[in-house]
Design a protein. Structure first.
Length: 147
């Protein structure tokens, strides 16, 4: 059972998807966790989610998924779990921003961002969830130990 959790093919495509999603998500997580990149930090993020009616546990898991999950993707460690957390986070975020439509707010004419970015992140995360982290992942090294 545990061996399937770390199982992956030595695919460069999966590696590219894994690192891309991790690099894109990590700054969002660091905004929420440490307040870096113009973010508000852990406490303010927790308060914001709470003010939106989002339970504290869910808010905490979002911060963990976007920060530690993204780092896990970059390293290829627990790729399937990290991808699962990010997929759930992006599904929730897509529902949260759905009133702004599909498209990103390229020209500042909408009240906020659309959900096209979320769909891309969900698609990448689902591929990683089923196929694993690919070549040069810690998962691949761990999977070798189970063989």
């Amino acid at each position: 059972m545990v061996d399937k959790f770390f199982q992956t093919e030595a695919s460069w495509i999966l590696t590219c998807l894994r690192i891309t999603l991790g690099v894109v998500m990590l700054p969002h997580g660091l905004q929420k966790l440490f307040g870096w990149f113009g973010g508000f930090g852990f406490g303010a993020t927790m308060n914001f989610f709470s003010s939106q009616g989002i339970p504290s546990l869910v808010a905490f898991l979002v911060i963990v998924a976007e920060s530690f999950g993204a780092l896990g993707l970059i390293l290829g460690f627990c790729t399937k779990l990290s991808a699962f957390g990010i997929a759930l986070t992006m599904i929730g975020a897509a529902f949260f921003v759905r009133e702004h439509g599909f498209f990103m707010n390229w020209f500042g004419s909408q009240g906020g961002e659309g959900f096209e970015y979320h769909i891309l992140a969900i698609g990448i995360a689902v591929a990683l969830l089923f196929e694993g982290g690919g070549a040069f992942s810690m998962d691949a090294l761990i999977a070798e130990k189970f063989e």
